[in-house]
Design a protein around this ligand. Structure first.
Ligand code: PEP
Ligand code: MG
Length: 581
């Protein structure tokens, strides 16, 4: 065994240890198991297929309708194309014949026949053909996900401790695989700040990114992954297995006990300044009760994961239930619900998005919601109905222009009037804030501040847009620096605007949980930080050791110097001095 042992050093993306076996997911592989069905169940498989196709057509029609009157031409066109593909009755009859002849489960036959069509398109030189293959795959995924509620081909669970190995995983796929009990991922592509990474951390699924090495890892072989260290051992020795199994037991117990041990919340700096340490949540998760019990506010709830989990927009009731549940759970504190921030890497091209060469600079966040009128109104209605405990705030993502705030507020007021007329209660004073995550928003912070109740600085996107560095790219990961002076300068503009307009400002990007950066932001005047639950304990403990006056001096010196390397040096020596205290 040991001569095949191979250690791969990758990028640590989501912490945790798995000692298990690999399962390869090839690009475009929808991975439907083949099941032989008895003759008596063939008609059941055929009925299930027809229903799944009908449900897909209904979904797509609903999505097209929900895009509303304002939907732009390309959006309607993409739905029309998807509907033509989904409703191709000639193809459906061929699949039906094949199920009857071969006596295999509907999902397997449908998937195999789709791939026969798309495989040649995927390698075509013609970009249109390749795009077409993506659209057919997107429809097929929808049909298969409807089918998975039926018959033999139900969502098969992976065996315990399965590590999926593949080139890339979209956030929705990551969630889907987690629901099927995959234990961890080894991935070719995706940075620490990608949405795949955020979702993996939120569901506590270990992930290591190994670039092209993923292709060298065999299917169904023993593997160990350590998501905190970024290491992968293929064909580990017995010694490796024993060592990592015991390490994994120690790591497992950590988060709950540590957060519960925090006695003084919110934490205060050494000179008594109160700092709000909040949690970023994506979906109901294992740490919610502990956080709520400790009255830790939810500084960012990424509602788009409700879409990603189901691959469709949840209806008003489903959203209302989720928002009301989280409001109730965190009733002693506050919850910031962000409206759907879809687009870029959070939706597959072809799902309902028109193709864009640069989706991160395209139809995303508030831009999409202002055009998908019905989707936006439905979400606002659900949020307002859930706001009766008066602890919900609404946050608008990807704002790049004051007019977008005006338009969004107009929709919110109209929905409020409707609720009022229908005598449905809601919080009339609900606070509405905006993400500062596009450089334009930071530069216009003085104009935005009078129109909103709070700012939340999204450093993940602010960094990518300010530095022109794709947050998902492993190739330019060294250039992705949220502490770059240009990013810091924009943050400072936003913080000063918030101060002068007397509205709160928080940081909710990943850097909020970076202990080295914390003194700088405290010195800049930020008093609220929202981060992944795993970071909360360390940050609370660190707050107690910082003197806000020293932090102010540090921040002033750094902002006066403004060189990338000197920022890092100064922060490291400040951190070293804190360590010694
Ligand atoms: C951000 O951009 O910093 C942010 C918090 O939003 P998201 O990571 O969901 O884009
Ligand atoms: Mg963002």
């Amino acid at each position: 065994m040991s001569d095949r042992r191979r250690v791969i050093k990758g990028v640590p993306v989501s912490a945790g240890i798995v000692v298990g076996r690999t399962h390869l997911i090839l690009p475009g592989d929808i991975s439907v198991a083949e099941v032989v069905v008895p003759a008596s169940e063939v008609s059941r498989e055929i009925t299930a297929l027809k229903k799944a196709v009908d449900d897909t057509v209904t979904d797509l029609r609903r999505l097209r309708a929900s895009a509303g009157k304002n939907a732009s031409g390309p959006v309607t066109k993409i739905f029309d194309a998807l509907l033509l593909i989904a409703d191709d009755q000639d193809f459906v009859s061929k699949v039906v014949d094949e199920i009857a002849t071969r006596r295999r489960n509907a999902g397997f036959v449908y998937n195999a026949m789709v791939q026969q069509v798309t495989d040649p398109l995927k390698t075509s030189k013609d970009q249109y053909m390749r795009q077409m293959a993506g659209e057919v795959d997107a429809v097929a995924k929808r049909v298969l996900s409807h089918l998975s509620g039926f018959g033999q081909q139900s969502k098969l669970k992976f065996p315990a401790n399965t590590v999926l190995v593949g080139k890339s995983f979209a956030p929705g796929e990551t969630l889907g695989y987690r629901n099927r009990k995959a234990a961890g991922l080894v991935v070719g592509e995706g940075g620490r700040n990608s949405h795949m990474a955020l979702i993996a951390r939120s569901v506590m699924m270990p992930v290591v990114v190994v670039e092209e090495n993923w292709a060298q890892i065999p299917h169904d072989c023993p593997i160990i992954i350590d998501g905190a260290a970024g290491s992968v051992i293929v064909h580990p020795t017995e010694g490796d297995v024993t060592e990592y199994q015991s390490l994994s037991r120690k790591v497992g117990a950590g988060l709950a006990t540590r957060i519960k041990s925090l006695t003084t919340l919110p934490p205060r700096t050494a000179d008594g300044v109160e700092i709000s340490v909040m949690a970023n949540l994506e979906l109901p998760g294992p740490s919610d009760d502990i956080l709520a019990g400790q009255r830790i506010p939810v500084g960012l709830y990424r509602t788009e994961f409700l879409y990603l989990e189901n691959d469709q927009f949840p209806d008003e009731e489903l959203q209302y239930e989720q928002y009301a549940q989280i409001s109730e759970k965190f009733e002693d504190t506050t919850v910031v619900l962000r409206t759907f921030d879809l687009g870029a890497d959070k939706v597959r091209s072809g799902d309902f998005m028109p193709h864009e060469d640069n989706p991160a600079l395209g139809w995303r966040g508030i831009r999409m919601m202002l055009e998908m009128d019905e989707v936006f109104r439905t979400q606002i209605r659900a949020m307002l109905r859930a706001s009766v405990r008066k602890n919900i705030r609404i946050l608008l993502p990807m704002i790049s222009d004051v007019a977008e705030v005006d338009k969004a507020r107009r929709v919110i007021s109209q929905v409020m009037t409707e609720l009022h007329q229908a005598k449905i209660p809601y919080d009339r004073e609900i606070k509405i804030g905006v993400m500062i995550e596009v450089p334009a928003a930071a530069l216009m912070a003085d104009q935005l501040a009078p129109k909103v109740d709070f700012f939340s600085i999204g450093t993940n996107d602010l960094t990518q847009y300010t530095l022109s560095v794709d947050r998902n790219s492993t190739r330019v990961v060294d250039l992705y620096n949220p502490l770059h002076p240009a990013v810091l300068s924009l943050m400072k503009i936003a913080v000063e605007a918030a101060e002068s307009h007397h509205i709160p400002v928080s940081i909710c990007g990943e850097v909020a949980g970076d202990p080295t950066a914390l003194p700088l932001f405290v010195g800049m005047g930020v008093r609220e930080f929202s981060m992944g639950p795993a970071k909360i304990f360390d940050i609370c403990r660190l707050v107690n050791r910082i003197d806000s006056r020293d932090a102010r001096t540090l921040s002033d010196t750094i902002m006066a110097g403004l060189s990338g390397t000197s920022v890092k040096r100064k922060l490291e020596s400040f951190a070293a001095a804190l360590e010694k205290q």
